[in-house]
Design a protein around this ligand. Sequence first.
Ligand code: NAP
Length: 296
Amino acid sequence: MTDAHLIDGKAIAADVRATVARQVSALKDSHGLTPGLAVVLVGEDPASQIYVRNKGKQTIAAGMQSFEFKLPADTTQEDLLAQVAALNADPDVHGILVQMPLPGQLDENAVVNAIDPDKDVDGLHPVNAGRLSLGEEGLVACTPQGCMILLERAGAELEGANAVVIGRSKLVGKPMAQLLLGANATVTIAHSRTRDLADVCRGADVLVAAVGRPEMVRGDWIKPGATVIDVGMNRLEAPDGGKAKLVGDVAFDEAKAVARAITPVPGGVGPMTIACLLLNTVTAACRQAGIAVPSV
Ligand code: NAP
C-alpha cells in the first residue's frame, strides 16, 4: 500500500486567509465595512503572547482592524468583565476573543458567558454551542471548523461514514462531533473512560484525535483507507536539552502507511485555527451589519 496523502494545513490555511482578505476588501468597497477583531490577553504567559501576536499579525494581513488589550496578571474579574462589556458595546469590534487560559483568580466560564454571542468568534459561548447542537446558524469553534475544511479539501466522504472523535472537550471534541453529525456521519465520541479504544478506532472511516497524548493512536488502530485528522499538539522535550519536538496524538509514521489521507503535526490542523478565527470575524461583521458574506 502506498503512503497516505498528506493534508497540507499550511497551504489550505493560506488559501482560507486569502479568501478572507478578498472578502474584507469587497466589504470595504461595497459597504465601507472593515471587520474588527479584539483580543484580550491577561498576564504574561509566553505561549499565549505568541498566539496573540500571531492573531494580530494575521488579522492585519487580511485587511481587518486588530485591537489588542494586554491586562496585568492580577486583573480582577470585575475589571475583565468591564473590558468585555466595553468591547461588546464597541461598534468597530465585530469579534472578541479572550485568550485562555486565564490566571487562577479569574472565572473563565463567567468571562466567556459575558461575551456577546454574536461577537463570540471563538464559538465557545453556550448560545453558540447550543446553536451548533440544534443545527442553527451561529459561530463555530475555530479548530473543529478548521478540521471540517481539511476533511472537505481532502475529499473525505462524510455522509454515512463512521466517524470517531477521541476527546470530548468544549473546545474541540464536542463541537467536532456535532459538525460531523451535521454532515451526516455516524459519530462516536471516545474519551478517557472508553473501553477498547483501539477497537473503536478501527471502525472509523474518519478518525479525529483531540486528546493531548503524544502518539497515542497507533498504526494498527487505523482502518485501511481512513482519513485521519490529528488535532494533538504535544511538545516533547529533547533528552539532551536540545530543541523540543512537536508531535501529534497519532503515531504519524505508522499511521501514514495505513490511512488514505492524514494531517501532519506541525502543519496540519494548527494553522487552520487562526484562519477560521478570521473567517468567523468576517461572518460576525456581516451578520452585525445585516449583509451577506461576499462570495469572492
Ligand atoms: P482537553 O480539554 O484536555 O481534552 C482532552 C480529551 O481527551 C478529554 O475529553 C479526555 O477525556 C480525552 N482523553 C484523555 N486521555 C485519554 C485517553 N487515554 N484515551 C482516550 N481519551 C483520552 O484537550 P483539548 O483542549 O480538547 O485539546 C486536545 C489536544 O488538541 C491537545 O493536544 C491540544 O494541545 C490540541 N489542540 C490543538 C489545537 C490546534 O489549533 N491545533 C487547538 C486546540 C487544542 P475525558 O473527558 O474523559 O477526560
